[in-house]
Design a protein around this ligand. Structure first.
Ligand code: MIC
Ligand code: SF4
Length: 647
């Protein structure tokens, strides 16, 4: 049978179900990764499952998100994570070692394998020919325990690349262009599979940039074949033994096809406040810039920073611009330190940050009021930078470096082609895994270290047959998990659900949490009403856990994003979709809602009917739940369900 690369890998890992687009399958997960912001919850849940040791081929726990350590909370989290890793057979990448996706690509990603990570940019390693997917921490915990990962069999979109990128045009511009074609909506349960002769010009880190930001389209994963270029990268990382060739059959059938002429792509930017709001840099040339931030898991590889260093060399950052550079990994950091590129950046006036997520998640470096901030990351949601109203543009490292020198946007193609900095990448990267700690030889000797910030994972009760309550918020389209559960300086409460819950919808309705608790006190349920693509962005399951804690029983929306809707189910919240979208208008904030016979209706595959008591009308709601998910909801969440299963 002729298979796409995606289906080849899925077929090899299939544990349950059939490979028919749209149907549920369970697959074996070879590798997992977690990061600190989602990791503490994932490991608390792993502990609650009662397993002794992870059952994957490889599991890595990274600390890269909250490295600021303002107060004791982050440091306590790090110590907890380190002790859990030692006890459960997990590698621990220490703070300072770099951003999970960059380090994983360098040191662990393996063609043909499956990777599940508690971070939405886990698909980055698709640049290495692996099927890499983001999920909530609880799903990752189940995979670490040896359980399958359940997903809907994706439709596969072929993206055939031909031609060659011009000087000053980069992989970032390619993915921004793809975003301009497919947008950030309507791509749930699809995979972007790249192929074609244009691949020859794209190194693994460049492919990883494209796969990374594929997450912003909403697809489950992006994947590149494993070829000669993959071999070169692995061999430069002294890992050629990890290489094997993987590609689609030549006569494989795809669900959709996109032809992409690389020679025609020009420098692009995602304008505020969505990664899908794509314009050409030429269109915004002349726009004044206040801040430039280079780094993040999208664009902080050795290639990226070498080019930036060359552009900055012997020049000075514009007086009105603050330039920040955060290398993606310690390997990159150390190599640019040794080859002189770091000195070029420092001499130009760059402010050098630790190898971590930092500014990308709004953890420090909030721009000035009203700023135009130019960044090489993947998300420019409103407020994510930490400054409400700041306008964040997402661009390539090349475009960003030019903005830092000029103090305004300039179209790189207006420059002389021959001025494009030529760099040569080394044949061998510096390998030093000294900041990746191995698990303990004797797990019994390890005590799990918990500081006062580490709470219990909250539990939920089984879904009752009847729910009565109040609609507490009415939201527009494209609400992101950054809107639901702000990160930035609130990140440090990730391990403390009671405290973190105080900030649910903080930027939209600062009274939400207080009002929700008051409703919960009256033994009533809280409902969230939302538009299309609810839950875009991050995989943070806190966007489900904290609402659960506040008494939210259902979200009524026009549509949901994949990871978030799975997270809602995992924490026992019903994701319901309007059968008739116009009914969204027939509910308002404050309306009293009743749902009855829920369990029987789910069982019989009938619409759930909600009775809007305030307006005396009935509204039909659909759901896209597998039988397994219905059982999870009935049990009051995945943790309860998993415990029931093992009992
Ligand atoms: C993000 O980019 O939004 C994050 C922070 O990496 C999140 C994970 C989190 O919220 O901890 C993600 O992408 O999943
Ligand atoms: Fe970290 Fe930003 Fe990447 Fe998320 S998108 S993993 S915050 S660098």
């Amino acid at each position: 049978m002729a298979d796409t690369l995606t289906y080849k890998i899925l077929r090899k890992h299939l544990v349950s179900g059939e490979l028919v687009a749209g149907g549920e399958i369970g697959i074996k997960i070879d590798q997992t990764l977690t990061q600190d912001a989602t990791g503490t919850m994932a490991y608390l849940q792993l502990e609650a499952m009662g397993i002794k040791k992870v059952k994957t081929e490889l599991s890595v726990s990274y600390v890269d998100h909250n490295t600021l350590q303002e107060g004791f909370e982050n440091a306590d989290d790090h110590r907890y994570l380190q002790s859990v890793a030692a006890k459960y057979g997990i590698l621990f990448s220490r703070p300072g070692n770099g951003i999970c996706h960059q380090v994983h690509l360098e040191r662990f990603a393996k063609p043909g394998k499956t990777l599940l990570g508690s971070d939405s940019h886990t698909p980055t390693c698709g640049g290495m020919g692996m099927l890499a997917m983001g999920a909530g921490g609880l799903d990752v915990a189940v995979a670490m325990g040896g359980g399958p990962f359940y997903l809907l069999t994706p439709r596969v979109i072929k993206v055939e690349l031909f031609g060659k990128l011009c000087n000053w045009v980069t992989a970032k511009d390619v993915i921004l262009y793809v975003l301009s074609l497919v947008s950030t909506k309507g791509n749930v349960n699809k995979v972007l599979e790249y192929c074609g002769e244009g691949l020859k010009g794209l190194s693994v880190p460049e492919r990883a940039t494209i796969a990374n930001m594929g997450a912003e389209t909403g697809v489950t994963a992006s994947i590149f074949p494993s070829d000669e270029i993959t071999w070169q990268f692995l061999s430069a990382q002294s890992r050629s033994q990890d290489w094997a060739e993987f590609k689609a059959d030549s006569d494989a059938k795809y669900d959709e096809e996109i032809m992409l002429n690389l020679s025609k792509i020009v420098p692009m930017a995602a304008a505020p406040h969505s990664p899908g709001n794509v314009v050409t840099v030429k269109e915004i040339a002349g726009l004044k810039v206040n801040q430039v931030a280079i780094g993040s898991c999208t664009n902080s590889s050795l290639r990226d920073l070498m080019v930036v260093g060359k552009i900055l060399a012997d020049k000075k950052v514009h007086p009105d611009v603050s330039l920040i550079v955060a290398p993606g990994s310690r390997q990159v950091f150390s190599m640019i330190a040794k080859n002189g590129v770091l000195a070029e950046m420092i001499d130009a006036g760059a402010r050098i940050m630790e190898s971590s997520c930092g500014f990308c998640i709004g953890n420090g470096q909030s721009p000035v009021t009203g700023a135009v901030s130019v960044r090489t990351g993947n998300r420019n949601f409103e407020g994510r930078s930490g400054t409400a109203g700041a306008k964040v543009y997402l661009v390539s490292p090349e475009t960003a470096a030019l903005c830092a020198l000029r103090g305004e946007f300039i179209d790189p193609l207006a420059l002389d082609e021959n001025d494009y900095p030529q760099i040569t990448l080394p044949e061998r990267f510096d390998i030093d895994d000294g900041m990746i700690l191995k698990p303990a030889a004797d797990p019994h000797a390890v005590d799990i270290m918990r500081g006062p910030n580490i709470g219990e994972p909250p539990s939920n009760e089984p879904l009752p047959p009847e729910v009565k309550g109040v609609v507490l918020i009415k939201l527009a389209d494209k609400i992101t998990t950054d809107h639901i559960m702000p990160a930035g300086h609130r990140l440090k409460y990730r391990s403390n659900i009671k405290k973190y819950s105080e900030f649910v919808f903080e930027g939209i309705d600062p009274d939400f949490a207080r009002n929700a608790l008051a409703i919960r006190e009256q033994k009533k349920a809280v409902f969230i009403l939302a538009g299309a693509s609810y839950g875009q962005g991050s995989s943070r399951e806190h966007a489900a856990i904290c609402p659960m804690y506040l008494g939210v029983k259902a979200v009524l929306a026009k549509s949901f994003e994949r990871i978030h809707s799975a997270n809602l189910v995992n924490f026992g919240i019903l994701p319901l979709v309007f059968v008739n979208e116009a009914d969204y208008e027939r509910i308002d904030k404050g309306d009293e809602i009743e749902m009855s016979g829920i369990l029987e209706r789910l069982e019989r595959n009938e619409h759930v009917v909600i009775f809007n008591k305030t307006r005396n009308i009935k509204i039909n709601m659909a759901y896209f739940l597998t039988d397994r998910q219905k059982k999870i909801l009935k049990a009051g969440g995945l943790l309860n369900y998993t415990k029931q299963q093992s009992a």
